[in-house]
Write a protein of this length. Structure first.
Ligand SMILES: Cc1cc2nc3c(=O)[nH]c(=O)nc-3n(C[C@H](O)[C@H](O)[C@H](O)COP(=O)(O)OP(=O)(O)OC[C@H]3O[C@@H](n4cnc5c(N)ncnc54)[C@H](O)[C@@H]3O)c2cc1C
Length: 386
């Protein structure tokens, strides 16, 4: 195929590859900013996405949209359970701590908002090749090709765009298993009121129960690949909870918890969300990083529409000022939590309720890792008598 880049002006200002929360949020911001935007999505939305579908309080606040129409259940309380020693802590808020969604409807809500703002959705258009030239980029799909001045790579953990552009490999990708489980009314009643997190059962990871409108999303993950069999861990978790599924659908997928090296190395290419490796390493939560980085990339492009190097520089600077330092600190905390089980047990035994409250403040966006860890008083409290 010969490239169209040499012969005509680009079709779009920005092509966004992937209509997940990151890509759709970026497309929404760019379209509202007056740019010509195309979203290329390999599936036909709305599509299932393997995910717990837990929107943290901090995530909901990021979107310039009312997401309540697609929220299946609002959990105003979160439970943290620890096994060996057996400990339980509950936190409660007036606002939802976690809002439960199914990703097909949630992602589609943002994509539709972007379309209403002017973005063009090309569905069933999997990008298979990327050709970069001085003034624009051509994206090839099996259905044809389009050209754009900027590309936002929002195509998830297996990003074809990142691979095609020679970006460094993702450095830490963790496996997770998500099951959509139907249970009888009595069992549902036991779990429908809170977002539940269990530590100390799954090696180097955790397990969760997220109640949806009429079923439970139950999952397990480990931060150390190869340390356990997640299907076995899931079976153990169900037995521990005393749950007998009436039916279930199982899906396994990967979560990237460490940013790519040289994230902004390829001219005209802006990797965001999972394609950039921006999930939170402590919570393995990636929707907020996807939306936030999508909005930062959009802002950098809108501020520097005619200067690609300045736009990339601005995106890098926005990430350095916000997300990247937070992820670095989260990684340090994750090491203690997942790789030093005795230290975790000691801390939770002495300060479990205080740490759960602090984690809830993080989840709600009321504090940051930087604020929580940068405060010397907090260390003093940890080691002082209870
Ligand atoms: C089991 C599991 C549970 C999780 N639970 C949670 C949770 O409860 N809360 C949370 O915040 N995070 C959770 N995450 C993480 C979260 O799902 C991701 O971090 C988030 O989806 C990243 O969003 P994104 O927009 O970057 O990419 P994605 O949501 O992965 O979207 C990428 C999009 O790109 C499309 N695409 C891929 N390749 C191409 C191509 N070549 N051409 C065109 N389109 C393409 C895909 O079809 C997809 O629509 C979980 C992850 C897993 C695996």
């Amino acid at each position: 195929m010969t490239s169209r880049l040499a012969t005509s002006a680009p079709d779009y200002d920005v092509a966004v590859v992937g209509a997940g929360p990151g890509g759709s949020a970026a497309a929404l911001a760019l379209s509202r900013g007056g740019l010509r935007v195309a979203i290329l999505e390999k599936a036909v939305p709305p599509r299932y996405k393997t995910c717990g579908g837990g929107l943290l309080g901090r995530t909901v606040g990021l979107l310039p949209l009312d997401v309540r129409a697609v929220v299946e259940r609002e959990c105003f309380s979160a439970e943290l359970h620890h096994h060996a020693p057996a400990l339980s802590f509950t936190t409660q808020r007036a606002q939802p701590v976690v809002s439960m969604v199914m990703r097909d409807r949630f992602d589609h809500l943002i994509t539709t908002a972007a379309q209403e703002a002017g973005a063009k959705l090309l569905a069933g258009a999997a990008v298979v090749a990327v050709v970069r030239e001085a003034e624009a980029v051509e994206l090839r799909t099996k259905a044809g090709a389009i050209t754009a001045r900027f590309v936002i790579a929002a195509d998830g953990v297996g990003s074809v765009v990142a691979r095609q552009c020679g970006l460094a490999e993702l450095r830490h990708v963790i496996p997770a298993l998500e099951c959509e489980v139907s249970v009888d009314a009595a069992e549902f009643e036991k779990f429908h009121h809170a977002a539940r997190f269990d530590f100390g059962l799954t090696p180097h990871g955790y397990a969760w129960v997220f109640p949806k409108r009429g079923h439970l999303s139950i999952g397990v993950l480990t931060t150390r690949r190869g340390s356990c069999n997640l299907n076995d861990e899931y079976a153990r978790y169900l037995a521990h909870l005393g749950i007998t599924p009436r039916s279930e659908e199982r899906h396994g997928f990967m979560i990237p918890v460490r940013p790519r090296a040289g994230l902004c190395a390829a001219p005209r290419i802006f990797p965001i969300g999972d394609a950039a490796g921006l999930a939170d390493p402590l919570m393995a939560e990636g929707i907020s990083g996807a939306i936030h980085s999508g909005q930062l990339a959009a802002r950098a492009i809108l501020e520097n529409r005619s200067d690609e190097a300045a736009a990339r520089h601005a995106y890098r600077a926005h990430l350095q000022a916000t997300l990247l330092p937070e992820l670095r600190l989260a990684r340090a905390v994750a090491r203690v939590v997942y790789d030093f089980p005795r230290a975790r047990a000691w801390l939770l035994t002495r300060h479990g309720q205080r740490l759960s409250e602090r984690l809830t403040r993080l989840v709600m966006g009321e504090t940051s890792y930087r604020a929580a860890l940068g405060e010397p008083r907090n260390y003093w409290k940890l080691f002082a008598a209870r």
